[in-house]
Design a protein around this ligand. Structure first.
Ligand SMILES: C[S@@+](CC[C@H](N)C(=O)[O-])C[C@H]1O[C@@H](n2cnc3c(N)ncnc32)[C@H](O)[C@@H]1O
Length: 307
């Protein structure tokens, strides 16, 4: 069975204590549905006055939106019901929280951002969003993890999520395929409003329900080699079926980072060229060898014919 989002995020089994931050919630169906799934059945015992199983007191969920409360309510029809679910758990969401400008305290053990998106289907703007998120992040606890989900196709795969993280000293410790349909009650919505894969307001955010959930941890300068845990895949990647997702002309570059990526790409090309050359010369050698042995065989045959 594919892993649940709760287990991907390290929330099942429920940790005894953890300070969890949710960024960029749209209509709050993600945090509300996740909470319900965490506290249903045998995951947590007891029932609060509101009829829901409470979280352990040492587990804190800070749930935030980039939009103001009134914008959230205007944009997303399901938001009022998610907000009332959250209030049953005594969670008061914070609004107008910018992921690029988080205060350093309190430190969080988990920072979760499902499907970050500027609302503009422009590769460079979304690259900047991710790049500056890692650049400005100071509120992760020393052993904390950042979780980010992105759809499993272009243009999202062009947003340089992993290289932005690496550039700022984060290493990918997890990459797990997840089907967002599997979390009951969750509807991945767009920044502008509406469900993600319906093309609302002319901007499509997310082509389908499949995505990769990445886990990053800060390793600073002392980057260790560690295997990335990759689970899943086996899906169809649809290439380039968006009208306006190419890098636009005159796009602003990210100083230092873009150069570094270019270097890596150049290096990759050089290696590719070398490999091509190597395989060409290996083929030449192979042909020469064959020719030599053919000539050898002919010589022997001629000798035999003479005798
Ligand atoms: C594609 S929507 C996903 C919404 C929600 N997380 C979900 O999974 O349905 C992208 C979200 O990123 C938020 N966002 C964009 N820029 C942001 C920023 N600088 N800080 C925090 N959130 C931001 C938008 O407000 C929007 O809610």
């Amino acid at each position: 069975m594919p892993p649940s989002i709760a287990s991907i995020l390290g929330l099942h089994p429920l940790p005894s204590s953890s300070n969890v931050l949710f960024l960029g919630e749209g209509d709050f169906t993600f945090s509300a549905s996740l909470l319900k799934s965490l506290t249903s059945g045998t995951i947590a015992g007891g029932t609060s006055a509101g009829g829901v199983s409470p979280l352990p007191p040492t587990l804190t969920f800070t749930v935030t939106s980039y939009d103001t409360l009134s914008t959230v309510l205007k944009k997303y029809p399901l938001s009022s019901s998610s907000l009332s679910t959250l209030s049953e758990y005594n969670i008061k969401p914070l609004h107008s929280i910018d992921a690029l400008n988080l205060p350093p305290t309190p430190p969080y053990d988990k920072i979760i951002w499902m499907f970050p998106h500027t609302g503009h289907q422009r590769v460079h703007l979304n690259r900047h969003l991710l790049f500056n998120f890692f650049k400005n992040l100071t509120s992760l606890s020393p052993k904390g993890l950042v979780y980010i989900s992105l759809s499993d196709c272009r243009p999202y795969s062009d947003w340089r999520l992993e290289s932005s993280a690496t550039f700022h000293g984060y290493e990918t410790v997890k990459k797990v395929y997840w089907d967002s349909k599997s979390l009951e009650g969750y509807k991945h919505v767009t920044t502008l409003g509406g469900e993600a894969y319906r093309g609302v307001n002319g901007v499509r955010e997310g082509k389908g329900v499949g995505c990769w959930v990445y886990g990053f941890r800060f390793v600073g300068g002392e980057k260790e080699e560690e295997k990335v845990e990759t689970i899943g895949g086996g899906y169809e990647v649809r290439v380039g079926d968006s009208d306006d997702d190419d890098v636009v002309e005159g796009e602003e570059s990210i100083k230092g980072f873009d150069e570094e990526v270019e270097e890596v790409e150049k290096e990759g090309k050089k290696i590719g060229e070398k490999e091509k050359k190597r395989s060409r010369s290996a083929k030449r050698e192979e042909r020469k060898k064959k020719k030599r042995s053919r000539n050898e065989r002919r010589k022997i045959a001629r000798k035999k014919a003479k005798t």
